[in-house]
Design a binder for this molecule. Structure first.
Ligand SMILES: *[C@@H]1O[C@H](CO)[C@@H](O)[C@H](O)[C@H]1NC(C)=O
Ligand SMILES: *[C@@H]1O[C@H](CO)[C@@H](O)[C@H](O)[C@H]1NC(C)=O
Ligand SMILES: *[C@@H]1O[C@H](CO)[C@@H](O)[C@H](O)[C@H]1NC(C)=O
Ligand SMILES: *[C@@H]1O[C@H](CO)[C@@H](O)[C@H](O)[C@H]1NC(C)=O
Ligand SMILES: *[C@@H]1O[C@H](CO)[C@@H](O)[C@H](O)[C@H]1NC(C)=O
Length: 456
């Protein structure tokens, strides 16, 4: 029929128009600073579309079912405002980062403290540390950013566990949590990084000693191999940490790399720290860049099995690589092409939903059909990481180079594992809210390997 024929031509036209709309990626000229800033502005806008914490009646910085991800969002925003000069999100950033710090200033807020893990708390500590290092203004009448990082450090070092495995931090805080009997790389590597950054910022020997202690324990354990530079994910206390779950995750490498880069910089270029920087960098490159220079979390991406947490790892690692290139200047030439190719591929994938939604996989250079805050955070991070190469961006300051966030060496000491928190009954809702829960590790290596291989 005539009419329907017309309609189908029209429909075809509309579909074509929509499709061409769909293929409009985020534009990115990797050699042009302003183009990178524009791309970051676009992805940051999308990222903030998922944040309502600054609206009336909402809780600042709160992500009820995935609390730690607030810290990932604020880490990206801190870099965004510092590297681009766009301060439109600063009020939300300041408010949220402060609100979640809890009554004791150690990122153990009572709404979450009964089920969070050391890694969850640690990431908020890293965000506060970055705020101090970027001279992000302290909040009047609130906890200073530096003291919040110190609060996390103090509560975590108090949990250093010598009952088994010769030391180390457990993954989770409480016996009722899956993962309490494990020691893992992100928790220990995260605390190592925090200690190294506190050492450099404050020049207080206490932090240096802890950074060294955590590093020595990590390299003497099955987690970090200081010959091959393999970083395993976790190890089980039940057999005294005799073997490791060797899943490969980029952020485990990245956090140790970042800590070593800070120690290298703080010690004015001590070889002791250059060797691991070079070793970890090389292994990171050979493991997580199977597609030329494009970063990929190889354990989950090919199988399309990345959970919320895992989508964020590449973004964190992109930032840590950028900071490493500043702190250890002779790594910059190797790091730059990796960040450039990753950002270009990521931008090409931002064609989703007709509104430049970005996907999880960067290496395919096309949208993978997924939509979420985590994707936008990671892409924002890799865009921002590329601004470092142009110079003119201040590296992290210290108390001697303009940092004025107020120090409180005893911060956070009323901390979270008080009996009060331990005895708080746990609801199913609480359990569902658990943080960086990489379930495959909890199932055990054998079980999860089978699960991975069958792709169930
Ligand atoms: C893009 O579209 C998706 C799907 O409708 C939506 O969830 C997201 O909020 C949109 N993003 C922006 C920035 O409008
Ligand atoms: C919350 O922040 C967004 C930017 O992310 C802004 O557009 C909005 O106006 C803010 N809302 C309030 C109530 O300040
Ligand atoms: C904890 O929950 C209460 C009740 O919903 C809320 O008023 C408060 O702001 C929350 N605190 C944090 C740190 O999220
Ligand atoms: C590797 O780590 C172990 C344990 O910390 C240490 O004894 C050894 O000296 C380290 N090797 C090198 C080459 O640094
Ligand atoms: C330490 O980092 C700064 C950048 O923040 C850099 O200018 C300096 O050269 C680094 N120091 C060493 C010893 O590499």
């Amino acid at each position: 029929m005539q009419l329907s024929g017309t309609w189908s031509i029209l429909n075809g036209l509309i579909a074509t128009l929509c499709l061409s709309g769909l293929t409009l990626a985020i534009e990115l000229d990797i050699n042009d600073k302003e183009s990178i800033k524009d791309a970051a502005s676009t992805s940051t806008y999308s990222m903030m579309g998922w944040y309502a914490g600054n609206e009336t009646g909402q809780i600042p910085g709160s992500f009820p079912t995935k609390w730690w991800e607030g810290s990932a969002l604020f880490l990206a925003l801190l870099q965004y405002q510092q590297f681009t000069g766009d301060d439109q999100y600063n009020d939300a950033l300041s408010q949220g980062l402060q609100w979640q710090s809890g009554d004791d200033g150690n990122y153990m807020p009572t709404n979450y403290s009964s089920y969070l893990g050391n890694d969850d708390q640690m990431f908020w500590g890293l965000a506060a540390m970055m705020a101090a290092e970027m001279k992000f203004p302290d909040v009047k009448g609130g906890f200073s950013w530096l003291s919040l990082a110190q609060g996390v450090f103090n509560t975590q070092t108090a949990r250093w566990d010598t009952t088994k495995c010769g030391g180390g931090l457990r993954w989770q805080l409480f016996p009722y949590q899956n993962g309490y009997a494990m020691k893992n790389s992100i928790s220990n590597g995260g605390l190592f990084q925090l200690a190294a950054r506190l050492a450099r910022y404050t020049d207080d020997e206490k932090y240096t000693k802890w950074a060294e202690k955590i590093w020595d324990w990590s390299t003497s354990s099955v987690l970090v191999n200081n010959k091959t530079w393999n970083v395993a994910d976790s190890t089980n206390m039940d057999n005294n940490c005799a073997d490791a779950g060797n899943y490969q995750w980029s952020y485990n490498y990245g956090t140790y790399l970042m800590g070593c880069a800070y120690m290298y910089n703080y010690t004015n270029g001590d070889e002791k720290w250059k060797t691991p920087v070079d070793g970890l960098l090389k292994k990171t490159f050979s493991t997580f860049f199977p597609h030329g220079n494009i970063l990929e979390d190889i354990t989950c991406e090919p199988r399309k099995m990345c959970n919320f947490n895992e989508i964020l790892f590449k973004g964190l690692v992109s930032s840590w690589l950028a900071f490493t290139s500043m702190l250890v200047p002779d790594t910059a030439d190797q790091i730059r092409p990796k960040l450039q190719a990753s950002a270009q591929a990521a931008a090409k994938g931002c064609t989703g939903n007709n509104n430049q939604t970005c996907g999880i996989k960067w290496y395919t250079s096309e949208w993978d059909g997924t939509t979420g805050m985590e994707q936008e955070i990671s892409v924002t991070n890799v865009f921002l990481a590329n601004l470092v190469q142009f110079g003119g961006i201040d590296g992290p300051v210290t108390a001697n180079t303009g940092g004025d966030s107020k120090s409180d060496p005893n911060a956070g000491s009323e901390g979270g594992d008080s009996d009060k928190n331990k005895q708080k009954p746990i609801t199913n809702g609480d359990k569902a809210g658990a943080g960086i829960l990489t379930t495959i590790f909890v199932l055990g290596w054998a079980g999860s390997m089978a699960w991975l291989l069958t792709g169930a």
